[in-house]
Design a protein around this ligand. Structure first.
Ligand SMILES: [Zn+2]
Length: 263
């Protein structure tokens, strides 16, 4: 697609979102909810998520429709707010020099990282509209052991050869480095379900909950990561947030963080 057309569509979408957000904020006054990116207090976060039945049936976390998901002011999602708290409370990312590789950067997280002077911040996507660098996660153009921290959320479920992507992330991480690798995951599915064949968008939505997803991860996600060499800690929000904070910031209490290290 020629770039000007794409840019035009992108700008039109942004304007529509702005109007929608403004209308939502105006119609939900209050202060019982709050965003840890923009500091806005509000009567409600905006609902968001994919409306497909398979996500309900398999209880897939952070993928189906969530009532309190998007901040109407800065557009942070529930999982963006969770990650920020985790990084602030459980890592040294803010206080030490670090080289960070961030795939498919969430806009609010990217803006936050860009404001941190202690980071060498590399953000990348296949789509040049969405990040500073164009990169294929299955062939990362970086030296081995060159980054301290990898952030890669809700990417692997799009990648047919996710094992190769995991190996690439592991390769570029320094020993002692860490990664947050979140995916939509079903806590009731023992084995990941996937289909790499040429399916229609509708069929992918029906089977995997989104038009461009090739799988839904199950409990074997951790084994997949460990088989690459990662050590994986599963960290629950309640271990670093109070119940009140979880509720106030519209965070999913069940959303485990997959904290992966390289020894
Ligand atoms: Zn916000």
């Amino acid at each position: 697609m020629p770039q000007p057309v794409k840019t035009g569509i992108y700008k039109a979408r942004l304007s529509y979102q702005r109007v929608k957000r403004f209308a939502f904020e105006a119609s939900h006054p209050g202060s019982q909810f709050g965003c840890n990116y923009c500091g806005t207090k509000m009567g409600a976060f905006m609902p968001d998520g994919e409306p497909h039945q398979i996500l309900v049936d398999l209880q897939v976390l952070s993928a189906g429709v969530r009532e309190h998901c998007r901040c109407p002011h800065c557009y942070s999602k529930d999982r963006d707010r969770l990650i920020r708290f985790f990084i602030e409370r459980k890592t040294h990312l803010l206080s030490e020099p670090n080289t960070v590789l961030h795939f498919a950067p969430e806009p609010v997280v990217r803006k936050w990282f860009n404001s941190l002077n202690n980071l060498v911040y590399i953000n990348a996507d296949l789509d040049p509209m969405l990040a500073d660098e164009v990169m294929d996660i299955t062939a990362i153009p970086l030296q081995k052991e060159s980054v301290d921290v990898v952030i890669c959320n809700h990417v692997l479920e799009h990648i047919p050869n996710d094992g190769l992507a995991m190996r690439e992330l592991f390769r570029v991480m320094k020993p002692g480095g860490w990664a947050i690798l979140q995916v939509p995951i079903s806590p009731i599915l023992d084995k990941t379900i996937e289909d790499l064949s040429d399916l229609s968008h509708a069929e992918r939505e029906r089977r995997f909950g989104q038009r461009d997803h090739v799988r839904i991860y199950g409990k074997d996600y951790v084994e997949r990561l460990m088989s690459i060499g990662f050590e994986v800690k599963q960290i629950e929000p309640s271990s670093f947030l109070s119940d009140t904070e979880i509720e106030h910031h519209g965070i999913l209490a069940q959303e485990t963080i997959y904290f992966c290290t390289k020894s």
